[in-house]
Design a protein around this ligand. Sequence first.
Ligand SMILES: [Zn+2]
Length: 111
Amino acid sequence: MSDSEPPRRKILSLKSGVAAPGGPPPLERIPRPAGAKRVVLRAPEPPPPAPPPPTGDFKCKPCGTRFDPPSELADEESVRCPSCNARLGLAGDFRADPPRVEKLRARYLKK
Ligand SMILES: [Zn+2]
């Protein structure tokens, strides 16, 4: 009667087949530096829209700003440059067809 049976030792088998030869290489773990920010790839922002081309049929002689005479002005009212506020002539002279540029301090750009 044997009361001291020796415990069965588990035999760790290191048989072949544990690591298949030619298998995938172990993944290399790249340590991330502590505190490194996660780089979020963002889509590049669209370029700002191009400024609208200068419009206006007239050009202020004193400062060169292009403008259109305001249509709400009465004929006897003065048109002022939207930029330098110079009096450029009467609205009626601007609206004449052709504009009476000889009375205006503005150049008519439309031919
Ligand atoms: Zn002006």
